[in-house]
Design a protein around this ligand. Structure first.
Ligand code: NAD
Length: 411
């Protein structure tokens, strides 16, 4: 099942649980606006080349729309649509005043020079500058884009609208980025895990963790778990997988990866088959890489008792059913990885205030938002007798539906 079909299915299930009016249900599924632009730039060799840029703005009933911009050869409009919708529910779950959006350009960023990427980003911004803005739609980095991309968008946008640091988040610190943003998603994953384990009378130091993906989210989650005394017994990335039943030395593994560009040949552990990682014996499994990695082929063999969805849609609906029947507790993506958008919100607030928070304040506020949201999700699970996934969906969807109704939505 593709991302859009799975997202729509979860939304419809939540709408049924909530007894949502069918007209509201229909209107919440339809995106507010879908933008498609042709971005033509001269390459470094003087030839012209054209790329298609998208932005799907899903919903703005609770505030400006918010979501990443990805540069990837297979930017698929359906997937962008699903991710825009997920951003709406995610922002509502953690109760930040945003709606959802997502966008991208169909290009291979690795094949473009830095100046070609800059020209492409500036042309894309010229084409959409009237449709984004501090109080309209606030982009952020995603696959294939980074803080530099956001700096170019900020600069190009500001030529039309005056200095506007809050038009993007995930900026470099020198241009108004927030302290703590880099670690925010991984830190949010750890706060979410602590809240879940506490609910079950457990804590991180008693648990064995397996982590798929050792990029931004996976390496921060591993570092913070290790700092709290948890044992990370296996880790994988695109280059391979490594295990140590006594717990990997995560700072040493990060150093090894920095020095060698790979997890291979790490002396503090044994190489393992990456395909085995998801079904490796552990207490908590944290997928931090790709979507759809847990599916009907491997779900029955998963040994973990808890799955924390740090990646977006890592569990497909068939696997979800199999795992639930096995009694595995799944903390869903629209809550578990919401730390990134939450600190993006703090960045936007700081830009609007013209005031910079210290890192301790950012981290403390993040913990408050993640812990509070967990309590509200549990509340929905209890009142509707449903899973954590449906608890999160019903929480997000009900908040957006209430805002939509209060504003009056029939034209
Ligand atoms: N970065 C954020 O703020 C953020 C926020 C919300 C959700 N997410 C989601 O979290 C996930 C990871 O994001 P990230 O920012 O850490 O990306 P990243 O590019 O920094 O890291 C991705 C990691 O996954 C690994 N990987 C790729 N293919 C793999 C495979 N087949 N097997 C094992 N590992 C593989 C890569 O080697 C890399 O270590 C994505 O699903 C993303 O959508 C990220």
């Amino acid at each position: 099942m593709n991302a859009l079909a799975a997202t729509n299915r979860n939304f419809r299930h939540a709408a049924r649980i909530l007894g949502l009016d069918s007209k509201i249900e229909k209107s919440l599924l339809i995106p507010f606006r879908e933008i498609k632009v042709e971005c033509t730039i001269p390459k470094d060799d003087g030839t012209l080349v054209s790329y298609i840029g998208f932005r799907v703005q899903h919903d703005n009933s609770r505030g400006p729309m918010k979501g990443g911009i990805r540069y990837h050869p297979e930017v698929d409009p359906d997937e962008v649509n699903a991710l825009a919708q997920l951003m709406t529910w995610k922002s509502a779950v953690v109760d930040i005043p945003y709606g959802g959006a997502k966008g991208g350009i169909g290009c291979s960023p690795g094949d473009l020079s830095k100046s070609e990427l800059e020209r492409l980003t500036r042309v894309f911004t010229q084409k959409i500058h009237d449709l984004i803005g501090t109080h309209t739609d606030v982009p952020a980095p995603d696959m294939g884009t980074n803080a530099q991309t956001m700096a170019w968008i900020l600069d190009e946008y500001s030529k039309f609208h005056g200095h506007s640091p809050a038009v993007v988040t995930g900026k470099p610190l020198d241009l108004g980025g927030s302290l703590g943003r880099d670690a925010a998603t991984g830190r949010g994953v750890v706060f979410a895990t602590e809240a879940l384990l506490k609910e079950h009378g457990k804590s991180i130091p008693e648990m064995r963790f397996v982590i798929q993906g050792f990029g931004n989210v996976g390496s921060w989650a591993a570092t913070l778990i290790h700092e709290r005394g948890g044992k990370v017994t296996a880790v994988s990335d695109i280059t391979g997988a490594v295990k140590n039943p006594n717990g990997l030395d995560i700072p040493a593994l990060i150093k090894h990866k920095e020095n060698n560009g790979t997890l291979k040949d790490f002396e503090g552990g044994d190489a393992m088959d990456p395909a085995e990682l998801l079904v490796h014996d552990c207490d908590v499994l944290i997928p931090c890489a790709l979507g759809g990695v847990l599916n009907k082929d491997n779900a029955a063999d998963v040994k973990a008792k808890y799955i924390i969805e740090a990646a977006n849609h890592p569990t497909d609906p068939e696997a979800d059913e199999i795992l639930s029947k096995k009694g595995v507790t799944i903390l869903p993506d629209i809550y578990a990885n919401a730390g990134g958008v939450t600190v993006s919100y703090f960045e936007w607030v700081q830009n609007i205030q013209g005031f910079m928070w210290d890192e301790e304040k950012v981290n403390n506020e993040l913990q408050k938002y993640m812990t509070h949201a967990f309590g509200r999700i549990k509340g929905m699970c209890q009142s509707h007798d449903c899973s954590l996934r449906m608890g999160a969906f019903t929480l997000g969807v009900s908040r957006v539906a209430r805002a939509t109704t209060l504003r009056g939505w029939e034209a």
